[in-house]
Write a protein that binds this ligand. Structure first.
Ligand SMILES: Cc1ncc(C[n+]2csc(CCOP(=O)(O)OP(=O)(O)O)c2C)c(N)n1
Length: 637
């Protein structure tokens, strides 16, 4: 039996395969997913679930001309395997290798670089409208959206618009009953109801076949039959939500039955106007452990061994405690003591390690689904009524709620605490997931207190401090193992930095988790005869202008270090404070993330490349001290 996947250079090659060969190809694609993802942790179960869907789509449409958007983009791997990237597949998520999300630089079959949920229907509709305007209305536009992503507000905004515009648009609802965790919300119940009876399927088919054939006598017969069809639907509630807003609803169809999928897609391809095709798939399909435990296998760690039937024999468990653990443990402790504390997550209960809180405090824990903007406004409402809500969202996803942070929280000066997980560089996920911008976007708002723990010792006191404030506060922390600087830690006080050490030759001022790295750099520099102090800034807003300006005034130079964009970040705040104090800002060197999108790679590789490791920080200090001609990559002033 020859290997078929290696013969697929482009989707056109799929056409030559028989049904039997396509079945074999689907097996080979799953084998390749298992082989590569066993050594490279990545989105696993979601990709196993859409193998047949990807094949059916590429067999029915010509996406070298037609438009295809996979919502979120984390389930793009089967699509990558059949759009000319099979040979590079092993490089997945490694530096200079394939990205784990759609990437237009890799392939014309990927239209948008995405990793945030909810944008597919809007983008597909936009493509369709512009294609039509250019006189290319023969181009089809398809969005594939999961039942987890479906609940994002933006999807509903797009469905509302599409139903009104009546453009020819296909939205495929990939319903596997799961987000990362089991799906939540009223819509989940609704989708369950859409698991229609075969009786209704037969009735509907009969009705639509019958209706056009029956002559309309004064409109009576037609409207009578339409009435029956509508009543039947109303009773069974099947797809009505979508039909009511202008979509033709089809399905549900079995998303692993390739011939059926192909027949259905061929049918809906002919229909004018917006269509919603409801497809049932199984997350983790084809790998028993993954389909039984899709939460663990959403993004499993490296797995050691795979049996011939694709059974996974052991998963490598991580040992070290991460910042995420420290934050969730502290939140749980505080919830024991203060019944006003509530917790919001936007579909990331597992990523934020909130499962124990979900179990222990079911009435004060809210997984709102992938609805970050709602989570923030929802928290604002709670704060107004006396609760002390904590919004626990990844830095990058909280960008979806910028305006709610502004209006519903900051403008009202409400005591909402934001805990921003995955701040800074997140590693192999790449530019869609790096949390580079939160220092800049949080510090622009009046009333907001913006903090970052310098190390493990800061986490609990800082969080407790935030919960005592009368207004909003944010605390960022990284996707990293906990580190501790041995010291007698000073209490967390509003707008107060911690002077770890003072040195006559200069100072490094660290904001956030690079503090321990800066301490190591100062120890190394001491061996070279440079006495460099280290300040743990803790706050960017309010900034400890007294301490920082003293360092700028008294020392030959200061180097600011942050794992965030240099545009408007911590270093910018230091420059502003120095300028306000009338100080010479030429002695301030800023290290951080430069003004470009950062590629995917291991976090350590990225930090080193950006000069944010011990070596890079030492280089920057030597350069500022006139000890070295080498200037690090990210030196910005
Ligand atoms: C705005 C945003 N919030 C959160 C996430 C994290 N996330 C990635 S995939 C996913 C679940 C998506 O569920 P669904 O759309 O049903 O796809 P499935 O994995 O079930 O195939 C979540 C919450 C994200 N990518 N974007």
């Amino acid at each position: 039996m020859s290997h078929l996947l290696s013969q697929v250079e482009s989707p056109a090659d799929l056409q030559k395969f028989s049904d039997e060969q396509l079945r074999q190809l689907a097996q080979e694609m799953r084998d390749e997913l298992v082989r590569v993802l066993s050594i490279r942790p990545a989105h696993f179960a979601s990709n196993l679930g859409v193998v047949e869907l990807a094949l059916a789509l590429h067999l029915t449409y010509d996406f070298s001309r037609d438009r295809l958007i996979w919502d979120t983009g984390h389930q793009i791997y089967p699509h990558k395997l059949i759009t000319g990237r099979y040979r590079q597949f092993e490089s997945m998520r490694t530096r200079n290798g394939l990205m784990g999300y759609p990437n237009p630089i890799e392939s014309p079959y990927d239209l948008f670089m995405t990793g945030h949920a909810g944008c597919s229907v809007s983008c597909a509709l936009g493509l369709k409208v512009a294609d039509d305007l250019r006189g290319e209305s023969d181009r089809h536009s398809v969005a594939v959206v999961g039942d987890g992503a479906l609940v994002s507000g933006i999807v509903f905004e797009a469905l509302n618009n599409a139903g009104w515009l009546r453009k020819k648009l296909l939205v495929i609802l990939n319903d596997n009953k799961m987000s990362i965790c089991p799906r939540v919300g009223a819509l989940a119940t609704y989708l369950d109801q859409c698991r229609r009876s075969s009786m209704y399927m037969r009735s509907k088919r009969m009705m639509s076949e019958l209706l056009p054939k029956i002559p309309i006598v004064g409109g009576v017969t037609h409207s009578f039959l339409e009435g029956i069809r509508d009543n039947l639907k109303a009773v069974l509630k099947d797809g009505m939500l979508f039909e009511e807003i202008g979509f033709r609803y089809y399905g549900p169809v079995n998303g692993h039955d390739l011939p059926l999928l192909r027949r259905t897609l061929a049918e809906v391809k002919r229909i004018d106007g917006p269509v919603l095709l409801h497809v049932f798939t199984e997350k983790g399909h084809g790998v028993p452990q993954a389909s039984e435990d899709p939460v663990t296998f959403h993004t499993p760690p490296v797995f050691e061994k795979v049996g011939p039937d694709r059974s996974i024999l052991s998963l490598r468990k991580g040992g070290s405690k991460a910042y995420t653990d420290a934050v969730s443990t502290t939140i749980a402790q505080m919830m024991e003591d203060d019944s006003r504390i509530t917790v919001m997550t936007a579909g990331m209960c597992q990523g934020n390690k909130l499962e124990k809180i979900r179990e222990k405090f079911p009435t004060r824990f809210f997984d709102v689904g992938i609805c970050e903007s709602h989570a923030v406004a929802f928290a604002a409402g709670q704060a107004k009524s006396g609760a002390r809500p904590i919004v626990n969202i990844y830095s990058t996803f909280l960008q979806r709620s910028f305006d709610q942070i502004f209006q519903e929280v900051a403008l009202q000066n409400l005591p909402v605490t934001f805990t921003l997980d995955r701040s800074g560089l997140t590693g192999p996920d790449g530019p869609t997931h790096h949390g580079c911008f939160d220092i800049a976007y949080m510090r622009v708002f009046p009333n907001m207190v913006v903090m970052a723990p310098g190390d493990e010792s800061d986490v609990a006191p800082m969080l407790k401090f935030a919960l005592q404030l009368d207004g909003p506060a944010s605390m960022r922390y990284p996707k990293a193992n906990l580190e501790k600087v041995e010291r007698v830690s000073t209490p967390v006080e509003l707008g107060k930095a911690e002077i770890h050490s003072w040195g006559r030759d200069g100072a490094i001022i660290a904001f956030g988790r690079l503090f321990p790295v800066c301490v190591k750099a100062s120890q190394k520099l001491l061996e070279e005869g440079l006495e460099i102090g280290v300040i743990n800034a803790r706050f960017v807003k309010p900034l400890d202008a007294d301490t920082i300006c003293r360092a700028i005034r008294e020392l030959p130079f200061v180097v600011t270090v942050e794992e965030g964009t240099l545009v408007g970040g911590f270093g910018s705040a230091v420059l502003e404070a120095a300028n306000q104090a009338g100080l010479d800002t030429r002695t301030i060197v800023r290290l951080g993330i430069p003004d470009r999108f950062i590629e995917h790679a291991e976090r350590g590789e990225l930090l080193a490349a950006l000069g944010l490791d011990v070596h890079g920080i030492c280089q920057a200090v030597r350069s500022a001290a006139g000890r070295d001609e080498l200037v690090p990559v990210t030196r910005a002033s």
